[in-house]
Design a protein around this ligand. Structure first.
Ligand code: FES
Ligand code: FES
Length: 162
């Protein structure tokens, strides 16, 4: 018989406090997508190999499929839904659209969240630094050039340079 223990987890997601009952084997991705319906965070491989599920945990980009929901106790989580919405896009979201940096879009939330983590601590990255920061997120469509351009353009906008 497979009996899972339920735990109460308190965490802050996109600026809002949540207290949620989770099973001990749930990942943070399970909690976000299946319980809270925050499906902007993707799940492709589900084993830490693609980065499509990347979110920020206390400001650090993390694969949400590779951390248990109980490990997120007391943490501050930022998902793509917390970055901006259609009325008020974050510069990274706007720049990805303007640069045609999304094709199928499967990698896009992970790319944008990893880029956000980068720009939060390095507002003026080089192209090499952008490529290194995004190396944990795989894109099968774009060839990466438009994605790197989008991040560099957004960095300029955020710095107020253009
Ligand atoms: S779904 Fe998490 S790394 Fe692929
Ligand atoms: S746009 Fe399709 S995987 Fe990146």
């Amino acid at each position: 018989m497979d009996v899972q223990e339920t735990h109460n987890v308190t965490l802050r997601i996109n600026g809002k406090d949540h207290q949620v009952g989770v099973e001990s084997n749930w990942t943070l991705n399970d909690l976000l997508r299946n319980r809270l319906e925050l499906t902007g965070t993707k799940r492709a491989c589900d084993y830490g190999g693609c980065g499509s599920c990347t979110v920020l945990v206390d400001g650090v980009d993390v694969y949400s499929c590779s951390i248990l929901a109980v490990e997120a106790e007391g943490k501050e989580i930022l998902t793509i839904e917390g970055l901006g919405d259609s009325e008020n896009l974050h510069p990274l979201q706007k720049s990805f659209a303007l640069s045609y940096a999304a094709q199928c879009g499967w990698c896009t939330p992970g790319m944008i969240m990893s880029a956000k983590a980068l720009l939060d601590h390095n507002p003026k990255p080089t192209e090499a630094e952008v490529r290194a920061a995004l190396s944990g997120v795989l894109c099968r469509c774009t060839g990466y050039t438009s994605i790197v351009k989008a991040v560099l353009d957004a960095a300029g906008v955020i710095r107020g340079g253009r």
